[in-house]
Ligand binder design. Structure first.
Ligand code: FES
Length: 97
């Protein structure tokens, strides 16, 4: 299961491999910040508090856009973090502003 903590509400949804956290938030109408969907605006930034091992490795765009510290702390870009395997994942949308 994937727990999406959006801006105003949270929703537990069935995770689908091959889709990004942002894709899943939009599909399930969870209010989630985004603009570019290409890894540059960082409005989709989220904190993964559980299940990082079920996501892809950070992409080049994430290495460019996020600090190493943020990546270590578990921050990802929702449009870049793709579910690779089924498992329990918790993602909280945390925009900078
Ligand atoms: S939507 Fe812009 S970085 Fe993800």
């Amino acid at each position: 299961m994937l727990l999406l903590k959006g801006k105003s509400a949270e929703k537990q949804v069935e995770e689908v491999t091959g889709l990004s956290i942002l894709d899943l938030a939009l599909k399930h109408e969870v209010e989630w910040g985004f603009s570019c969907t290409r890894g540059t605006c960082a409005r989709c930034r989220c904190l993964i508090t559980e299940g990082m091992e079920f996501l892809n490795e950070p992409t080049d765009a994430e290495w460019d856009r996020l600090d190493e510290e943020e990546l270590k702390e578990g921050f990802r870009l929702g449009c870049q973090a793709v579910v690779k395997k089924n498992g329990n994942i918790t993602a909280e949308n945390k925009t900078y502003f």
